[in-house]
Design a protein around this ligand. Structure first.
Ligand SMILES: Nc1ncnc2c1ncn2[C@@H]1O[C@H](COP(=O)(O)OP(=O)(O)O)[C@@H](O)[C@H]1O
Ligand SMILES: [Mg+2]
Length: 322
């Protein structure tokens, strides 16, 4: 027997071991579009609606696309649910784990930068819209079929200017020093996202967390002192970005995602993303002339393709709207 939430048919629970009926993530089918979607639902309707309201404002290729918000009843509970695109390649947490265990290690700086540029493009867009994500971490970042990266889980996000308490929310290994140190008041600012973005950039680069050790106490001390693990491999461009973010004092960090996106290496890559170049085809030259040439070559190729299709359509007398 098939159960429905509005028009969406339940396929399966996404998190098999989640026994919390108040918060559920299902894979559903939309019969209208005949595709599989994620339905993230909560009995706490106010929180779920707040998440939906934030996500609704967002339209960017590196941010999870929200499609619908619905109220429905299932198993005796009344939920508010958000449907969004299903990112079939899972989350960045699993991706980093799989890379860490790969032998031989064949992870290059350019591989890391392909993902990092997309993360920064998404964060820059959010900050331009004055949205603070507040929970940037690998398990909230998803990967699409071409390893395109999208930022998700806006469950505790907020807009600049609101006064929600920040200390009690977030994931502690990704919190900045000022949110951990007891005598420091943390005010709501982009500095928090910049810090956690730095942690994620480090993890994408080196497949490990910059601060964690087996003792929780020492981990917290490492974070408070911004004392990162040393690495055998060093990726110079990635380290430059990490240093812009992982500064103990918030005022010493780069001010927001837009400033981070202006880093020369990243700016060149985001320019290519904006012109439809997939990360797998990125030109990594520092020279902007090379980058512009690569983009122009791609645009030319596309124009030729369109011209060819138009020519074939004309020859076969196919109308252009079919
Ligand atoms: N759009 C999506 N595509 C694929 N997996 C998703 C998607 N949204 C959520 N998930 C999976 O569900 C998990 C929890 O979702 P998330 O939005 O992070 O909610 P929570 O508030 O429970 O952390 C994620 O870590 C991911 O594995
Ligand atoms: Mg999450």
């Amino acid at each position: 027997m098939t159960f429905f939430a509005g028009r969406y048919a339940f396929l399966r629970k996404l998190e098999e071991n989640n026994t919390n009926v108040h918060k559920q993530i299902w894979l559903v089918k939309d019969p209208k579009e005949n595709n599989e979607l994620i339905l993230k639902s909560s009995v706490n309707q106010a929180d779920a609606k707040a998440e939906y309201e934030i996500m609704k404002q967002l339209d960017h290729s590196n941010i999870v696309k929200v499609l619908d918000g619905i109220t429905f009843t299932h198993g005796g509970c009344e939920y508010f649910g958000i449907t969004m695109k299903f990112m079939k390649n899972g989350d960045l947490d699993n991706f980093i784990d799989s890379k860490r265990n790969e032998q031989p290690i064949c992870w290059t700086e350019n591989d890391a930068l392909r993902l990092i540029a997309q993360l920064i493009a998404g964060l820059s867009y959010l900050h331009q819209k004055e949205i603070i994500h507040r929970d940037i971490k690998p398990s909230n970042i998803f990967l699409g079929p071409e390893n395109e990266l999208v930022i998700g889980d806006f469950g505790i996000s907020d807009t600049l200017g609101t006064t929600r308490m920040t200390r009690i929310v977030g994931t502690d290994h990704f919190l900045p020093p000022e949110a951990i140190e007891e005598d420091e008041e943390e005010c709501l600012s982009f500095a928090r996202d910049i810090w956690s973005c730095g942690v994620v950039i480090y993890m994408i680069s080196y497949q490990k967390h910059p601060f964690t050790v087996s003792s929780r106490m020492r981990t917290m001390m490492n974070i408070c002192e911004a004392k990162m693990h040393e690495n055998e491999t060093r990726f110079r461009k990635c380290d430059g970005l990490i240093n812009l973010c992982l500064q103990k004092e918030p005022e010493n960090r780069v001010a927001n995602g837009s400033f981070l996106s202006k880093n020369r290496n990243i700016e060149n890559l985001i320019y290519q993303l904006d012109h439809g170049i997939p990360p797998s085809d990125f030109c990594f030259s520092d020279n902007i002339v090379d980058v512009v040439q690569a983009v122009n070559a791609k645009l030319l190729q596309e124009n030729e393709k369109i011209a060819e299709i138009t020519y074939i359509r004309k020859k076969k007398k196919i109308p252009s709207n079919s």
